[in-house]
Design a protein around this ligand. Sequence first.
Ligand code: PMV
Length: 311
Amino acid sequence: MATAPAKLILCGEHAVVYGRPAIALPLADIRATATVTLLPPGSGPLISAPDLGGQWRVAERPDEPLSGLVMAVIERFGLPADVEITIRSAIPIASGMGSGAAIATAIVRELLAHNGQTLPPAAISELVYESERGYHGTPSGIDNTVVAFEQPIWFQRRPSLPPLIEPLPIGAPLTLVVGDSGVRSPTRLPVGAVRERWQADPARYESLFDQVGALVEQARAALATGDAARLGPLLSANHELLREIGVSSPELDRLVAAAQAAGALGAKLAGAGWGGVMLALTTPEQAATVTDALRAAGAANALVTTIAATG
Ligand code: PMV
């Protein structure tokens, strides 16, 4: 069995599509898993996803992005094709937690491991990026990167170069409370809406993206010194900019406000927006109070997770 973690974008989503930096974190305790078993000769690859409600032969749904990924990996690495790939995931789908990237990463790792092979994270990330394109059109690549590398990362696209990917020093553990709005929103919808608005008024959106980028730079410094009190307001300011960019929602705004009122150091939507999750940065002592406040404000789910300091 191979696994891969969920992820959160701590700050910089959307602006990252337009070349500004963003920071993403893996959530080691929320994972997707894939298991490969051999099928009789001639069966061809079969994908079983009991939690996600489906089972299909890759040959029957060749345009499905996971089918494309499975075929590409089997062909490229000469792997056995008569396999059943069973996927399980504790990561809510279409919620900004990287469910698609984690499932795809677990599949690639397991297909290779079943044949005694491994690949470095950068190569796995590239394969997963191709399958993410099937879901999202033009993803920045931040999701597949943080999931495959499984460490906090600084990510920035660059013209005519591969993206800049740097492991990010974290000076002290972070306590995050993740609140799920319960609204499922596919990434490509807000991403497409932002593109239309940017095309209609590039000066305004470039300025908003610059402001996000400046916050992300400051967040990096606060993370390095483990200064949660400084990081919190930066996250809340990022939420305000995401509202202006037009990707928040009444549910997300309500949860962010509830977390702030309950004493969180900062709070923001996380991921593409219009639904999915928000995150609140808290002290370890505040986490339970903020979790309760999120539930009281209508969160479909709220959980506490800790990001470890880096060595
Ligand atoms: O997949 P999500 O919901 O975490 O959102 C991806 C982040 C965006 O910046 C909105 C899009 C992208 O491709 O980076």
